[in-house]
Design a protein around this ligand. Sequence first.
Ligand code: UT7
Length: 331
Amino acid sequence: MSIKYYAKISGTGMYVPDKVLTNFDLEKIVDTTDEWIRTRTGMSERHIASKDQAVSDLAYEATLKAIEAARIRNKDIDMIIVATVSSDHAFPSTACILQQKLGIRGFPAFDISAGCTGWIYAANIAKQYIEAGIAKNILIIGVEVLTKIINWKDRGTCVLFGDGAGATIISRAGERDISRFIDSELSADGTHYDLLIQKAGGSRMPATKETLEENLHTIYMEGNKIFKNAIRSMYSACDIVLKRNNLDVHSIDWLITHQANMRIIQALGKKLKIDNKKVIVNIEKYANTSAATIPIALDEAVRNGKIRHGDLVLLASFGAGLTSGSLLFRM
Ligand code: UT7
């Protein structure tokens, strides 16, 4: 008889840089207003990495907290997956750099690129390795320093993003543990890959003087088109997981969605018919930190006592690709 293993979240941690940029600060940089940003997005401020801070530095700080919370040692980690689109270098992976910072080696460490859905993709991968009995403690991180690839002259994008890291330890659950991953649904629709893109710097459009002058190394986004797709794809990912597990939305204790726009979060909540009080939101403080929004919100909710042992939690995200996904687990 084959042994069935389960994965669970055993520790969370987060880190955001000290520097805060408010909507009022942005009013001095581009033609925008605090009122426009607040009413159209729900954002008030965001954290910005310093000149010498890269993605692995933020990931490292968040990781130390997650390791402490999981009560494991660095050497207990047997896989690292970093979800990011703003890695330290094009290669090697940030996961390998993080391994070096943590003073550990000799196991798989890799990055994945799934935009803002990255952490959910990483959690799904970790689930497979734990359930297959191959790994026991996997460190997954959603981390971005998007403010270094923003066009600070484009008011349509520069007001939206912030920097941050959320780290999570996914461990093998004990046989009688009620904490466990239940289900996850991932998807992608590559027909819209060009709606959210960093056009230059890769093999399609290597860096030249012209690509720099035309700002092609910064984030390009058609926000309007993504908006509707975001609600539709997150709803679908949640609906599939709920139906597959014969669950009514009322049995969900907490919903955390990608923090890209307050109006998207509210529209999804309404479509799912979930009680507003169960929807965790922190967009006002951090803005859109891409792959980091969900693990940051999760860590905050665990530490402030909202999400407790045994709670049923549903997560949903969408992002560049266009990717989307959901994850259902008992804390
Ligand atoms: O996490 C990655 C996935 N990305 C997203 O989830 C983004 C999804 N999209 C959105 O959140 C929204 O589409 C945005 C917040 C990006 C934009 O909101 P919107 O309500 O869709 O605005 P819009 O792009 O339709 O623009 C409306 C108006 C335009 O002016 P006109 O043409 O009506 O005169 C824009 O030029 O708002 C203007 N505008 C601004 N005004 C003041 C755009 N950005 C700004 C700004 N300040 N920062």
